[in-house]
Design a protein around this ligand. Structure first.
Ligand code: GFB
Length: 316
């Protein structure tokens, strides 16, 4: 069945996460009625036998493989074993089961941290494996690169229609706001919010403020995922981003201006900067006809509203 038939069976692996929940919302909005999901308790995606049984019983026709152990720079630095093991296993079991049980098409998501640390900017798809990786996220990046190579290998050997997209840094509803494991944008929303509630006018921001990041709202990513599922069927991966970046200092100032304007930024330079810059070259996606639609200020404001509705009671 085509991805226009509302009855087509679509498995979203990782439906409770930032990305998976956005894809489910997007699919529901389009009227799909057979969206398949499984919680961690129902299915351990690291267990090949369990994943095979689940695919045999549920027979998905399309798979969005967006499950994994993810986190910000500190989680990557302090939990490298989980980041490499969980992700290598999850990617392998799902790709293998998708092949065994004849999935029509699978979309796998990588991450912009898979490009070399000193990659020329903006980063074209062809720059993958052109140099050493950023040490703070090397285990995660290796697992993500392996996922892309899995999709390519199954396509080459078995003709599987498995594709990979590489999203830039993401944010939005259902993000992780835990200060130890989150990414910079949700962490700073929470830090400025807590300072505002406590009447404090200083907020600690990690690193030097000079690294640059490109940020994409997860609803735009979900839109792009459906778009590439429908419009891309190549061995090569495809970048998904906005094509624009800003420094961490500029990002922190934007978040401050929305959440707690009187606050002053205090830099904790004992924390790592990570990759100096990772701006994706999105020419390939733009040429196919897709562009993001959520501006950064608008996205920060709506994510802050989401945070207020879902977390503010516990966070400050
Ligand atoms: O978002 P983030 O954790 O991930 O950090 P990466 C981005 C930048 O923001 C780094 C700085 O330079 C951080 O030092 N930063 C400033 C902060 N204040 C904070 C804060 O309070 N919390 C956090 N988390 N950062 C991760 C990778 O890299 O991003 C993964 O480790 C993955 O592999 C993911 O690719 C998208 O962009 O540095």
């Amino acid at each position: 069945m085509a991805l226009s038939n509302p009855k087509v069976r679509i498995y979203v692996a990782g439906h409770r996460g930032l990305v998976g929940s956005a894809i489910v919302r997007r699919l529901e909005r389009e009227g799909f009625t057979n969206i398949l999901t499984a919680t961690r308790d129902q299915l351990d995606l690291r267990d090949q036998a369990a994943v095979n049984d689940w695919f045999r019983a549920n027979r998905p026709e399309y798979v969005f493989l967006v499950a994994g152990t993810v986190g910000g720079i500190w989680a990557n630095t302090t939990r490298p074993a989980e980041f490499i093991y969980d992700n290598m296993m999850i990617h392998a079991t799902v790709v293998h089961a998708a092949h065994r049980f004849d999935v029509g098409k699978l979309l796998y998501l990588g991450s912009s941290c898979i490009y070399p640390r000193n990659c020329p900017q903006p980063m074209k798809e062809a720059y993958l494996l052109g140099g050493p990786l950023e040490p703070t996220n090397e285990p995660y990046a290796i697992a993500k690169i392996a996922g892309i190579k899995l999709c390519q290998a199954y396509r080459r050997q078995y003709g599987s229609s498995f594709i990979s997209a590489i999203p830039t840094n993401l944010y939005g509803p259902n993000d992780n706001f835990d200060l130890e494991s989150s990414h910079v944008l949700p962490a700073l929303i929470r830090k400025f919010h807590e300072a505002r509630i406590a009447g404090r006018n200083e907020v600690i921001v990690w690193g030097s403020g000079s690294p640059r990041r490109e940020l994409l709202h997860v609803d735009d990513l979900a839109d792009a995922c459906l778009f590439v599922m429908r419009n891309w069927d190549e061995e090569d991966h495809i970048n998904v981003g906005t094509g624009e970046d800003l420094s961490i200092r500029e990002l922190a100032e934007k978040i401050r201006d929305i959440v707690h304007p009187p606050a002053r930024l205090v830099w904790d330079t004992t924390k790592p900067d990570g990759m100096p810059r990772k701006l994706l070259d999105v020419t390939r996606l733009h040429d196919l006809g897709w562009r993001h639609s959520t501006g950064l200020e608008e996205g920060i404001a709506s994510t802050y509203r989401w945070f207020l509705e879902h977390h503010a009671g516990t966070a400050g």
